[in-house]
Write a protein of this length. Structure first.
Length: 83
């Protein structure tokens, strides 16, 4: 998947300054434009997925999803950083 995004000009790979064996990914201007253009479609999809839930149920669902993701974060090849 990464190779395809690089080939389309949406990402670039660069050698890590901290570890020359590693590569870092950077979103290009075209990648940012694509993300921004897709945001409305993603929002519509999210609303459709959650439309059967009331506000409290949506909040609970999102809380539980976050908890489940945090529980497996340490096992990920690309763990999320805590904010």
């Amino acid at each position: 998947m990464i190779d395809r995004l690089v080939a389309k000009g949406l990402l670039t790979r660069k050698v890590s300054e901290k570890d020359r064996r590693a590569r870092t990914l950077h979103v290009t201007e075209a990648g940012l434009e694509t993300l921004q253009a897709s945001a409305p479609t993603v929002e519509v999809a999210q609303r459709r997925m959650l439309q059967g839930l009331d506000e409290d149920e949506r909040a609970e669902f999102l809380r539980l999803m976050k908890k489940a993701l945090q529980a497996v974060n340490d096992f990920s090849r690309a763990p999320l950083k805590e904010e």
